[in-house]
Design a protein. Structure first.
Length: 185
């Protein structure tokens, strides 16, 4: 299973807030998948704004925590326990999501599945750690750390709205980010 660092338990990630306009319910063509969601704070936040959300994670405990947090906020996102790293299986339905969120998670064989899961014009926000993260702490396993240029390379030909690779502060971390739209074919 891919390594994760501590998640922000208080509110949505900054990258999501910066691109919140992309998730206005009237513009989405399907639900938003919060992939490897942990406690679901990003998806729950979107659900409070009226967005249809699916929370997906392998951990029953994390999903139970997410379900409780959603109830506390008065929302009911769909909750799906799924092994995203099962070999030889695509755990994601094709052309099913208007948006996909991925924060602090990397399993390279899942990338083609994510690409196929988004509808045309669907929005992807992906942020995870790069190889430089090892100097700051977890994760350290190179299987779970992006190489330079790797993240944007997976989405060549997509409409890139934001791309960043480098060091962020408070706390210090080495990350890559991409916000992009799947092309209309």
């Amino acid at each position: 299973m891919g390594e994760r660092s501590c998640r922000n338990k208080e509110g949505p990630d900054g990258l999501l807030l910066q691109h919140l306009a992309l998730f206005e319910p009237e513009h989405l063509r399907g639900p938003v998948l919060d992939l490897a969601c942990g406690n679901g704070h990003n998806g729950i936040f979107l659900a409070t704004l009226g967005v249809e959300v699916v929370l997906a994670d392998i951990s029953k405990n994390a999903l139970a925590e997410a379900a409780a947090a959603a109830r506390d906020k008065g929302v009911s996102p769909a909750i799906r326990q799924v092994d995203l790293e099962e070999e030889r299986a695509n755990p994601l339905p094709q052309d099913a999501f208007g948006g996909v969120l991925v924060f602090r998670y990397l399993h390279r064989p899942l990338i083609p599945c994510i690409r196929k899961a988004l509808v045309q014009g669907g929005v992807l926000i992906y942020e995870t750690f790069t190889v430089d993260q090892a100097r700051f702490g977890r994760p350290k396993n190179p299987d779970h750390l992006l190489k330079p240029g790797e993240l944007p390379g997976w989405f060549k030909g997509w409409r890139v709205l934001h791309c960043f690779e480098g060091i962020k502060e408070d706390p210090d971390r080495a990350i890559a980010q991409v916000v992009c739209l799947k092309p209309q074919e």
